[in-house]
Design a protein around this ligand. Structure first.
Ligand code: KIV
Ligand code: ZN
Length: 432
């Protein structure tokens, strides 16, 4: 009896120490996995730039482009370094079909994407338009918010889950790379959105697009949505989460940035932020936010020195004027007009500029002369057109300048010559 009890004690001890050892091993294994995940996350710091200027941007009234114009822009987008060009919505018109087909032939390294609804014929037509693409992607999806399900589809959640699955599965027959969009995800309940995402992943989606279609979300809310999906969608490691934010409340850039901070790895955007209603996320803005905040440890493949050129190209071709105070690419983005700012910038550009204009393809900062400008700005601009003024000469010319500037909004180089030539000290200046 005693021997039996001792044996029992010994075996319990053995089991205990075995389970402690296996617990230690498990913990070690878990830590190793965690480390691996962290390392993956750390090296996975590339944010893909998905440009939809030619699709979401071009659908704006008055922005219509012909195929030749689209080809010119697509070529420049590839030069810029975008990862994906959404070239159009092929089933929408023969013209759009042709543009997607021609862009597919032209583009070499960039993914070319065509939009569809969760409709078999749309998907077939898109696959046909993309058949020459070296890297084709089909972008299919369906509305998932309560309002879309009720009013657009007169349907229910189960039927939407089924359609999401079937659409992705069908698209996978034609291409490997299938992106799924949950339209109006911004206003979709997170639990249901997670189920939709799981369905799309099960069917083989490589990218999950989470559009804030109506531009409704706050940055914290949109970031939390992405985090929720990262943490709650089964199989999420098989797909990339993508931000597609509209700008109805002026929050598109902030929302996209919150999205990538919380784990998304693709941003959908347009040049100059053009797009439906108040527009889409502006490509140049999100790219420069990530570049100017390197501690976020998020990079893009964009060659930022092309940003200004492509902004001009899109604006000219679409006939859409860019507001002068537009961030990064507006005419005033690197122009200084108040005397205090001009004095600072002339002494050191960084006093009032957080971006080197050359980094975005703008040759130099501008010192704009208005009645609010001071002597430092006038001396600087006068020097640029060939006059080195002494302090006394500057005082005299400045008085003349203020009279002139009070009646003329902005003083150009020709005006500077005239101001100096009509000043009392002109004779001294040229004889100096
Ligand atoms: O804004 C949106 O929801 C879209 C989808 C079609 C991707 O543009
Ligand atoms: Zn959109």
């Amino acid at each position: 009896m005693i021997i039996k009890y001792v044996k029992y004690l010994k075996s319990t001890e053995r089991r205990k120490s075995q389970s402690i050892a296996s617990l230690k091993l498990n913990t070690k294994y878990k830590l190793a996995c965690q480390y691996k995940n962290n390392m993956q996350q750390m090296s996975d710091n590339n944010v893909q730039i998905f440009d939809t200027t030619l699709r979401d941007g071009e659908q704006v009234p008055g922005c219509k482009l012909n195929t030749d114009q689209k080809l010119i822009i697509a070529e420049q987008l590839e030069q810029l370094g975008v990862d994906v060009i959404e070239a159009g919505f092929p089933v929408s018109s023969p013209g759009d079909f042709k543009s997607v087909e021609e862009i597919s032939k032209l583009v070499k390294n960039t993914i070319v994407c065509g939009l569809t609804r969760a409709v078999e014929n749309d998907i077939k037509v898109a696959a046909e338009a993309l058949k020459y693409a070296k890297h084709p992607r089909i972008h299919t999806g369906i509305g998932t918010s309560a309002s879309h399900i009720k009013y657009k589809f007169n349907s229910n959640q189960d039927a939407i889950l089924e359609r999401a699955f079937e659409a992705v599965k069908f698209a996978k027959r034609f291409v490997e790379d299938v992106e799924f969009y949950a339209e109006d995800a911004g206003r979709t309940d997170n639990e249901f959105l997670a189920r939709v995402c799981e369905m799309a992943i099960k069917a083989g989606a490589t990218v999950l697009n989470i559009p804030d279609t109506t531009g409704y979300c706050l940055p914290s809310e949109y970031g939390a949505k992405i985090k929720y999906l990262k943490e709650n969608v089964k199989g999420i490691e098989k797909a990339i989460l993508s931000c597609h934010c509209h700008n109805d409340l002026g929050l598109a850039t902030a929302n996209s940035i919150e999205g990538v901070i919380n784990g998304a790895r693709q941003i959908e955007c347009t040049i100059n932020g053009i797009g439906e209603r108040a527009g889409n996320t502006a490509l140049e803005e999100v790219v420069m936010v990530l570049k100017q905040h390197p501690y976020l440890n998020l990079d893009t493949n964009i060659k930022t020195e092309h940003l200004y050129g492509i902004s001009q190209l899109v604006s000219e071709n679409m006939g859409i004027y860019t507001q002068p105070n537009k961030a990064i690419v507006g005419a005033n983005a690197f122009a200084h007009s108040s005397g205090i700012h001009q004095d600072g910038v002339i002494k050191n550009r960084e006093t009032y500029e957080i971006i080197n204009p050359k980094d975005v393809g703008v040759t130099e900062s501008a010192i704009v002369l208005t009645a609010r400008s001071g002597r430092a700005a006038l001396a600087y601009r006068a020097k640029n057109v060939g006059y080195e003024l002494t302090k006394l000469q500057l005082d005299a010319v400045y008085a003349n300048f203020l009279d002139f500037a009070d009646v003329n909004k902005e003083i150009n180089d020709t005006d500077i010559h005239q101001i100096i030539e009509t000043s009392k000290v002109y004779q001294q200046i040229i004889s100096a």
